[in-house]
Design a protein around this ligand. Structure first.
Ligand SMILES: [Zn+2]
Length: 477
């Protein structure tokens, strides 16, 4: 029997306005973009155009590093990694190898749906580097698009300490949320904003020495990653059981075929001929810059889950609804800041989301109302301008049509009801059903709650039942 040892290399795209070393726009989505429209001599690799490090992507990277509890090095270096790809215009990538800006991080995350079991994974290094362009294969021809060339990535390398697919997937989902909560990138895998290389090695249970590893490259969906891990563990186990040897390989996963194939063999760091990037000075980060960035850090997903679970006593459905979408979370946090207690705010936010989620997988974007409307809605409840029963009516209209809460109140006559209005409604009821009034007058109080209920219904539950009761007693003398 063998133990499985997995480690990951994850590329997360940063959402800074510009590319890493030039002033070209750093687009987040390329599908609808005309090829080669966000390019300049620098990111096209013209020999006379030199790279200059932009501060925004560097600061976004620092935010991500701090969120991963990394030690940020104040002096670090860019290195040149030489390899040839048609979509790499310079024939090399600018990355960090010998002196990365940050090392030794750790990430604690939950690995189950109940948010009860935790794991901590260590990060070897998380460095900043450039992305490549894109090769587009169509109609027997290959064309090249450099819009993505030199856009900023952070590559995160973990220690070899995962042993199951489940741990890997929960870790990646956590990482995606870390990036989103710090607003450094969306990590949207469909858009290639988070790409994962999985290294897998087996070892006998009685030994600490790993057999040769394979690396399955560049996967960008959770299901592909899960299937690729299962496939590779099975493949290696079979080879070892038959007395074979694992070749150190880089493989690519074909999700349609459900199998992986060899890309290259025996690839080591020396194959890339790393050396200090001659066109770039050392990267210097001041203590001041670092402390300024630390102050802007927001609580990450782990801290938020802990608060929702331990301090607010929310159940897993509430926690899920609140951490899966940054906009929902923001609406909740604004709400809590304006109006405690958190359970009241969560109840009113999670209800519409769950109603929507039951219909289809959608997030805050698909709700018709805005964060501001949600906050206005909470303030109306807080200020006593909207009774609990009415709140549901208002929320239903907000979900369906994105109507402002005040407008719903206006249109549906949901304003607090005064004595005169209640009297009018009582007159109306007794006029339609005079026997009710006679019964009450003769001392038979059975219809009392029926009448109160009718008034409440006619006034959209905005009337005070105590007041209605008192008025009925006045009428019957
Ligand atoms: Zn450029």
């Amino acid at each position: 029997m063998f133990d499985t040892v997995i480690w990951l290399e994850i590329h997360i795209k940063l959402n800074s306005p510009n590319k890493l070393f030039c002033r070209c726009k750093n687009e987040q989505e390329f599908d609808d973009l005309t090829p080669n429209t966000h390019v300049c001599p620098t990111c096209m690799g013209q020999p006379w155009a030199l790279p200059v490090l932009n501060q925004e992507p560097l600061e976004k990277a620092i935010q991500l590093w701090l969120a991963l509890n990394c030690t940020v090095q104040l002096i670090s270096q860019f290195d040149r990694k030489s390899y040839f790809y048609p979509d790499l215009p310079m024939g090399y990538q600018i990355t960090q190898f010998s002196k990365p800006t940050n090392i030794d991080g750790s990430v604690t995350f939950f690995i189950d749906k109940e948010f009860s079991e935790e794991r901590t994974v260590w990060i070897v290094d998380a460095h900043i580097e450039t992305d490549t362009g894109k090769s587009i294969h169509s109609a027997g021809a290959v064309t090249l698009d450099y819009n993505r060339a030199w856009t900023p990535l952070v590559e995160i390398v973990t220690h070899p300490e995962f042993s199951t697919t489940q741990e890997v997937i929960w870790f990646l989902k956590h990482l995606q949320r870390v990036a989103r909560f710090q607003d450094v990138g969306d990590g949207d895998m469909d858009k290639g904003q988070m790409r994962v290389d999985v290294n897998i090695s087996l070892k006998p249970q009685w030994s600490e020495i790993l057999w040769n590893r394979t690396e399955t490259k560049n996967m960008s969906s959770f299901s592909a990653i899960s299937r690729a891990i299962e496939y590779e563990v099975e493949r290696q186990t079979e080879i070892l059981n038959n007395g074979g040897v694992i070749d150190q390989q880089t493989r690519w996963w074909d999700d349609v075929a459900g199998s992986s194939f060899v890309m290259r063999s025996k690839e080591d760091a020396m194959d890339y001929r790393y050396f200090p990037e001659p066109d770039m000075p050392l990267v210097s980060i001041s203590e001041q810059q670092l402390s300024k960035i630390s102050q802007t850090m927001k609580p990450g997903p782990y801290e938020r889950i802990k608060t929702y679970k331990d301090a607010y006593k929310f159940n897993k459905e509430y926690i899920n609804a609140l951490i899966n979408d940054v906009d929902v979370n923001q609406a909740f946090e604004y709400g809590v800041a304006q109006w405690n207690p958190p359970a009241e705010v969560a109840k009113r936010l999670v209800w519409p989301i769950q109603r929507r989620l039951n219909e289809q997988q959608v997030w805050f974007d698909a709700l018709a109302f805005t964060q501001k409307q949600f906050l206005d809605f909470l303030l109306l409840i807080k200020d006593g301008k909207l009774a609990n029963a009415q709140a549901k009516i208002v929320m239903s209209e907000m979900i369906a049509h994105g109507t402002n809460p005040e407008q719903v109140i206006e249109e549906k006559w949901l304003k607090p009801v005064d004595e005169d209005q209640v009297k009018n409604r009582l007159d109306q009821i007794f006029k339609e059903k005079p026997d009710l009034l006679e019964d009450l007058k003769s001392g038979n109080m059975k219809p009392m709650w029926f009448v109160v209920g009718q008034v409440m219904k006619l006034s959209w539950w905005a009337a005070d039942p105590g007041m209605v009761n008192g008025l009925i007693r006045k009428i019957i003398g």
